[in-house]
Write a protein that binds this ligand. Structure first.
Ligand code: 5CA
Length: 453
């Protein structure tokens, strides 16, 4: 993409309405534009990041054997009356009437809707287990929408729903999502610690939040000091095997959100306990028959008895993640994208577009990068070098390539690594070698669904 043609409305100054770094940088880097309180448009640069995040989320759901569907944003009130949540949800729910005066709502979550879908078709233990998910916009009329996309009113969520015959099956599904979440966040370069959590209005008895430690976090969290030293790698997961060891391994050190943490019952001695601010990027719940019982979603057991489905739900804040990623990856000059979610892999700067040799060298390298399938943002504008460097640093692409007269004469390009600031002079061939290096295929070759237990 040529920057001269790209819609990238960067702001020079800090917008006064933004209180936290990620909100400030997303506005300054032209990623989003506010429409009304807690509601945003995603502009080209922001949308590229959102799509990359979405893709990683989708790949890991698919790998875990979850099946993608797409449910609507607008739901009938009737469904929520069946579960009893229509009144309970209160003012957070955006209620709508259609032209026939039927009560509708903009979905804040989809437990009722998905239960309605499966109750007609999942009839027997032979139909189980199943995990369905979608990536869809939600609306919650938050009292205090703030921090940009981090606490929006309209936001994009991945929500998955599991259906099992009994508690043991439900725990297997819970473990699958737990393991999928470990991989999902690790692939984005995030350390998201699974913490015991309060299920809140979703309900249930087993729940974990995946939390990133960040000053901009909205709640206090408490955890064993050993978490500080612990990295969460992209672990190998065999979704056909037993995942309880993975669950045990990654819940072995105590970690809890403030709603769940009880100082009187905390197993960690005070001097080993760390308190910090946490940012929730995912939340998983097991809630048994909370929806299936009132909504009569029943399956028959092998002995012929009809029992309510055992269910769980599993959310990821897809549109919150670009903000969370920036909170975890920035410096004074701007954003520093991890490669896996960067809007472009590399920025190419022609420092002297008026110079014929520089122009030829830059156009030539741009063409080669495009031909090799490298996502490149090419600053071909007639701007000062300072402005070009500032824009590139602000938008935070992992590497920058600088074409300048001296290098062109010597046959080299300056390559700057955004995160470390390290600069090297390299040839065009080396650039291509480095940027086109094959990445391992993140998806297994064949089906990842669980076989018979
Ligand atoms: N139905 C369950 C899981 S499918 C559910 O709704 N869970 S939730 O309420 O915890 O939301 C899931 C994730 O969505 C959260 O972990 C958070 O990352 C994200 N999220 C929740 N509210 C907002 C909001 N107002 N703005 C942006 N992201 C949000």
């Amino acid at each position: 993409m040529r920057l001269s043609e790209y819609f990238l409305p960067v702001l020079r100054d800090n917008p006064s309405e933004a209180q936290i770094v990620s909100h400030r940088l997303m506005l300054r880097a032209g990623m989003i534009r506010q429409s009304s309180a807690g509601i945003y448009s995603w502009l080209p640069l922001g949308l590229r990041v959102l799509k990359k995040v979405e893709r990683i989320v989708r790949e890991e759901q698919d790998r875990a054997g979850a099946q993608e569907i797409l449910m609507p944003t607008i739901q009938p009130a009737e469904l929520w009356r069946e579960s009893g949540r229509y009144e309970d949800y209160g003012k957070e729910m955006l209620r709508i009437r259609d032209r026939h005066d039927r009560e509708m709502l903009y979905g804040p979550t989809n437990e009722e809707q998905v239960t309605e879908i499966v109750r007609a078709s999942l009839r027997s233990y032979r139909d189980l287990p199943k995990i369905l998910y979608h990536i869809q916009w939600k609306f919650r009329d938050e009292v205090r929408p703030r921090f940009g996309v981090m606490r929006g009113r309209e936001f994009l969520m991945k929500d998955a729903y599991s259906f099992d015959l009994d508690a043991a099956g439900a725990k297997r599904s819970y473990n699958k999502m737990f393991a999928a979440y470990l991989r999902t966040f690790a692939r984005m370069g995030l350390k998201a610690i699974p913490m015991q959590a309060d299920p809140g209005p979703i309900g249930g008895d087993l729940s974990h939040e995946f939390i990133i430690l960040a000053d901009a976090g909205e709640s206090d969290v408490f955890f064993d000091r050993r978490w500080v030293e612990t990295d969460i790698p992209v672990i190998e997961v065999d979704h056909r095997g037993g995942l309880e060891p993975i669950f045990q391994r990654w819940t072995a050190f105590y970690a809890a959100t403030d709603e769940k943490h009880d100082p009187a019952r905390c197993p960690v001695p005070e001097k080993e306990l760390v308190t910090a601010r946490g940012l929730e990027v995912g939340h998983i719940f097991h809630f048994g028959d909370k929806y299936s019982r009132p909504m009569q979603a029943l399956v028959t057991r092998p002995d012929g008895a009809a029992v309510p489905l055992q269910m769980g739900s599993y959310g990821i804040g897809v549109s919150r993640l670009p903000g969370a990623l920036i909170e975890a990856n920035h410096d004074d000059a701007g954003i520093i994208w991890p490669e896996s979610v960067a809007p472009f892999r590399v920025g190419l700067i022609n420092l002297r577009p008026a110079d014929a040799l520089c122009r030829t060298a830059a156009e030539d390298l741009y063409g080669k990068l495009l031909a090799a399938g490298v996502e490149v943002l090419y600053d071909d504008r007639d701007e000062s070098p300072g402005a070009k460097f500032a824009t590139m640093d602000l938008i935070g692409l992992p590497d920058q390539l600088v074409i300048a007269p001296r290098g062109v004469a010597a046959g080299t390009i300056e390559m700057k690594h955004r995160r470390t600031g390290e600069r090297r002079d390299v040839s065009a061939d080396e650039v291509l070698d480095q940027l086109v290096a094959p990445h391992p295929d993140p998806l297994p070759a064949s089906g990842a669904r669980e076989g018979p237990a």
